[in-house]
Design a protein around this ligand. Structure first.
Ligand SMILES: [Zn+2]
Length: 389
């Protein structure tokens, strides 16, 4: 449904909860717990309500089979929509780390904002284009199956999928953030004004207006004695959209406020470092349990070699800690996991998001000069926004 920049702290669902499903093209597909709820709900609605109403007189097992298969292909359609955004992003040089499926669809964790309106437009349109192709495909099958006398159950399933993909297409094209249509609107205003802040503001206000309309529709449905569940659902989705629209704009403001801030302004210069030769047992006793940091740069003399975190240590069985050295277990340094002191904060945040590391060493030339944590950056943002008020 929507794409999200890395720094957005998900609020309605957590990025850290969930079940990893599989990987495609280096993109991890993760299902948030809320997603299983909606899958079960749709499968149950199809099995107990829709199929028995549309196709009366069949056995329970047939309804269950049709319900589960149709729900599966519906969620596969949502995933393919989301993947198409990600594939176009990757082809445009924007890394995508993972896609999280959750209650309202899917969110691709695109680790960088598109750098120009054209890229934004391409990434935004990929999803609706895919949904349009899927809808077209399913409608064609429905038509080709003729009057459905042969296999009415299957034809109904295809009809549902055609309808659902069309609905997905139309909803996503509504022109407000965080929907794809909102991204399209933002790209157009961005191209016209050359101002991403203004473009985001316009698209985010449009998103809030759409959320407002959905609330009204939901209330009308409930108060007119119509479908109460559908009404509540509209209001629920509207609240989510409103929040996401707000967040998108705040993100751009933060990025602007941080534009002039460098890594050297937020880093801690006093770093507790670890020599590569000590054992993991010693590392745990002397460093983890003493200093209470969860991650240390590994430095040989003055030369930084890597970082060692609790995560690295846990990969080694406990009985091998005494004979395994820090050098054997550490993560080696790469340009993706180190910062330069003159680098900007948005770039640092992008590296943290892409690597999944919350603490990155700062290296100038071949010397370790400090360390930056996600908390350092958040505190800095907090102070800046407080001072602005
Ligand atoms: Zn989309």
């Amino acid at each position: 449904m929507a794409t999200t920049p890395p720094t957005r702290r998900a609020t309605w669902f957590s990025r850290h909860r969930g079940v990893p499903l599989f990987s495609v093209l280096g993109i991890r597909i993760v299902a948030d717990y809320s997603w299983f709820l909606i899958v079960a709900l749709i499968a149950a609605t199809l099995t107990l309500g829709w199929f028995p109403t549309e196709l009366p007189g069949r056995g329970t097992f047939q309804y269950l089979l049709l319900g589960v298969i149709t729900a599966f292909f519906f969620f596969a359609s949502v995933l393919v929509h989301e993947l198409s955004h990600s594939v176009v992003a990757v082809l445009s040089g924007i890394p995508v780390r993972r896609i999280t499926l959750f209650l309202f669809g899917g969110v691709a964790e695109i680790t960088k904002e598109p750098s120009d309106p054209r890229t934004e437009l391409k990434v935004a349109l990929a999803g609706p284009a895919t949904s349009a192709i899927l809808a077209g495909l399913f409608w064609s099958i429905v038509v080709l199956m003729g009057d459905g006398t042969g296999r009415p159950g299957l034809q109904l399933a295809f009809f549902y999928l055609a309808f659902a993909n069309t609905a997905l297409l139309i909803f996503n094209l509504l022109p407000g953030l965080p929907l794809d249509g909102g991204r399209v609107l933002r790209a157009i205003v961005w191209a016209a004004t050359k101002n991403i802040r203004r473009a985001t503001y316009v698209a985010s206000m449009a998103g809030k207006a759409i959320a407002g309309l959905l609330v009204i529709l939901g209330l009308v449905a409930i108060l007119s004695g119509g479908n109460v569940i559908a009404g509540l659902w509209f209001i629920f989705i509207a609240l989510f959209l409103r929040h996401a629209a707000d967040t998108s704009y705040r993100q751009v403001l933060i990025k602007e406020a941080l534009g002039a801030v460098r890594v050297m302004d937020v880093m801690s210069p006093d770093v507790v470092t670890v020599p590569p030769s000590i054992s993991l047992a010693e590392l745990v006793d002397v460093y983890f349990l003493h200093h209470h940091f969860i991650c240390y740069p590994v430095v040989d003399g003055t030369r930084p070699l890597g970082v060692i975190s609790i995560r690295d240590v846990k990969h080694v069985p406990r009985e091998r800690w005494p004979e395994t050295s820090v050098a054997d277990a550490m993560t080696r340094l790469s340009p993706d996991t180190t910062l330069r002191s003159d680098e900007g904060i948005p770039a640092a945040m992008e590296k943290m998001a892409a690597s999944g590391l919350g603490r990155l060493p700062v290296i100038d030339g071949d010397r370790l000069v400090g360390i930056v944590t996600r908390r350092d950056i958040m505190n800095h943002i907090q102070i800046r926004t407080d001072l602005r008020r």
